[in-house]
Design a protein around this ligand. Structure first.
Ligand code: ADE
Length: 255
C-alpha cells in the first residue's frame, strides 16, 4: 500500500512511521509513506500557506492553491487513483471496521490540517472522506494520520508475523469484542496468581475462559459494543456467568 501525506510537517510523518511494525513494513516495502509539504508548492517571497479567515476571528486558514499544487504533485508521482482523506475532529469516528476497509486500498492520500482549518472550498472539491480519531482536539492532523497509518499498516499481508497476529486483537475477534487479559511468567507473584485454567493445558477450557473474559470486559468497559456483537446462545451463557460472579464480588474482573 502507498500512503501520501500532505502536511506542513512531513518529517513528523516520516519519523513517526519509522519504528516498530510500521517501520519494518516500510523497510520491507510492504508500505510506502511519502510526505508532501504544501510550503514547497507555495508561491511568493513568503511562501504563504495560510491567511486570515474571512469574517474575522482567531487563527489562520490554509490556502487553497498551495494545497492544490501539492495534491497535484502527489497525484503525478503516482497516477493510481487514491481517495483523499482529511483528518479532522469533524470527521466520521475511525473504527476498526473502517480501518479494515481502508487497508484493502492500494493507495490513499491523507491531508493534515493545521491552524483553524482548511479553506472549505478545497475540502468540498478535493476531499473524499473526513475521519476523526476521537472527540478531542489535536493541534493538527499529523498525529491522527500516524494513527491511521499504523492501524492500516498492521493489516497489510506479510506485515505481522504469527506471534503478532492481528486476529486476536480487540475488535478483530468474533463479534468485535475487547481482548481478554494476558499473563506470562512468573505464575505466582506478590500481585496475584495466573488463573489456574491458563495453566491447565485444557485448550477448550482456555478458549472458553478467554471468550468469557472478552465478553465480560466488553460488558464492563464498552457495553455499547455488545449491541453490535451478535452474541450466540453460548456467548450469552458465558456472559451471564461472568455477570453473576461479578455481582457476587468474584474475581471475574475488577472494574
Ligand atoms: N485534527 C485535530 N484533531 C483531530 C482529531 N481528533 N481527529 C483527527 N484529526 C484531528
Amino acid at each position: 500500500m502507498r500512503i501520501d501525506v500532505i502536511s506542513l510537517f512531513p518529517e513528523f510523518i516520516d519519523q513517526s512511521t519509522g519504528f516498530g511494525v510500521v517501520g519494518r513494513a516500510r523497510e520491507r516495502d510492504l508500505l510506502q509513506v511519502q510526505g508532501w509539504n504544501p510550503r514547497d508548492h507555495a508561491t511568493g517571497n513568503y511562501r504563504r500557506v495560510d491567511d486570515r479567515p474571512f469574517g474575522g476571528g482567531p487563527g489562520m486558514v490554509m490556502l487553497i492553491e498551495p494545497l492544490r499544487a501539492c495534491l497535484d504533485a502527489a497525484r503525478v508521482a503516482d497516477p493510481a487513483p487514491a481517495p483523499v482523506v482529511y483528518l479532522t475532529p469533524q470527521g466520521r469516528p475511525l473504527t476498526q471496521a473502517r480501518v479494515r476497509e481502508l487497508a484493502t486500498l492500494p493507495r490513499m492520500i491523507l491531508l493534515c490540517g493545521r491552524y483553524e482549518g482548511v479553506d472549505e472550498r478545497f475540502l468540498v472539491n478535493e476531499v473524499d472522506e473526513e475521519i476523526s480519531i476521537g472527540d478531542y482536539v489535536l493541534s493538527g492532523g499529523e498525529l491522527a494520520a500516524a494513527v491511521l497509518i499504523d492501524a492500516v499498516a498492521r493489516l497489510q499481508d506479510g506485515v505481522l508475523n504469527d506471534a503478532e497476529s492481528a486476529a486476536q486483537d480487540s475488535f478483530e475477534g468474533e463479534g468485535g469484542l475487547l481482548d481478554c487479559p494476558h499473563y506470562t511468567h512468573p505464575a505466582s507473584h506478590a500481585w496475584g496468581e495466573v488463573p489456574d485454567v491458563l495453566r491447565s493445558g485444557n485448550h477448550a477450557a482456555i478458549a472458553r475462559w478467554r471468550r468469557q473474559q472478552s465478553l465480560g470486559r466488553t460488558w464492563l468497559r464498552r457495553p455499547d459494543l455488545l449491541d453490535e456483537a451478535g452474541l450466540s446462545k453460548a456467548d450469552r451463557k458465558l456472559l451471564e456467568a461472568f455477570r453473576a460472579e461479578h455481582a457476587a464480588g468474584g474475581k471475574a474482573e475488577q472494574p
